[in-house]
Design a protein around this ligand. Sequence first.
Ligand SMILES: [Zn+2]
Length: 472
Amino acid sequence: MSTNTKNRLQITFLGAAQTVTGSMHLLEIDGHRALIDCGLYQGRRNQSRQLNRNLPRVATEADVALLTHAHIDHSGNLPSLIKHGFKGKIHSTAATEDLCHSMLLDSAHIQSSDARWLNKRNRHVEGWEPVEPLYDDEDATKTLDRFIPHAYDEAFELFEGVTARFIDAGHVLGSASVIIDVDREGLKRRIAFSGDIGRRNLPILRDPTPAEGADYVVMESTYGNRTHEPVERMDEQLAEVVERTRERGGRMVIPSFALERTQEIVFAFNRLIKSGRIKPLPIFVDSPLAMNLTRVFRRHPECYDAEANSFSENHGDPFGFERLRMVQSVEESKRLNDLTEPAIIISASGMCEAGRILHHLRNNIENPNNTVVIVGYQAAHTLGRRLVERRRQVKIFGVKRDLHAEVAVLNAFSAHADKDELQWWAEACGEQVKGIFLVHGDLEPAKELGAALEAKGRTVTIPEPHQTIVLD
Ligand SMILES: [Zn+2]
């Protein structure tokens, strides 16, 4: 163990440096190593495979890991970490642990079926070496055994003279920023890792808590150059599109992320129906993962904000109501195609890349009475993005389909703070902050946010991938 005064405290930016996925940061304190997040990099297939498979040794040899939230770009490579010999515990909030049960097993399932698909497609390619899944069910299960759940604000010891705690990040259920307090052998510092920062006034969740008193802040910058529509517009936007589609006698198909977005939309419909703003109509959630995650939401009311709690008291379950149906079997999912009355189908994946949503899009986009409602970020090269661009034709299951349905893009739905909200969060950490490191953002948004913070007198660094920075 080194107690060299020069390198007592340092951070290595192992992932999500100048990009938005694959979050992974290593904090070293007098030679003790804590890994913050271990997410999957999600991008072009080959590059992703390369990055996700080759975890750096400093990561697998870390003493302990802390997880900010259950999104796969933060949690999804933990099973690889275990597979490659990581021996430590994984600390998270209780809700994050609970969500990870479904998220990591689902991810293991995707890894296995991807590997099978690749091996099948390339089986006749000369010299093709069958690929192994990145990890499997067993690795995911072993990972879940390492979790230690915590309540928000509960301090726990990481190493001698070093404590950690989670504060609410208001981004998805259980999401947290990590605060690490060092008080050992004359060194006293507070280091904060923001994780993903949510928006103020988001339904269900409490508002993000700034990392007050931090000396150094590692913070996300996903939307460092964008302004979202106000959260308050969500219900209004949704009600308008429901009424429009109903008048045409059409169906609404909503591609949605299984975690958080689906529960937010269900809760929004529940509010709209209970308040009489829309007339009841059948709503189907057709995603087994979303269904499992919704159960987790019900188990963790300690994460709800005052509004969600008072709704529960007055109206019962925010995520269940008379006309809502969770679709379980494939047969039932197929039967949705025979519906004749106006209805709403919410299904995953959120960017229309896989899953049951593909069947619903195939069956519905050629009818001009129907509406595809986009409520989430659609990355370049995804089917979701092509729908947002309103291409005349899109390919689904290899077959070209004419896009005649309306495509409604509702921008008020976002689980990430925008430029102004990020600046508010950074400012609210306090005057004493000595350095801000911007991660989890492409270079442009990071630079724009960085410039705005520097204009307010902050010292900002946008670290390069794998760069190590010594903190004084
Ligand atoms: Zn996230």
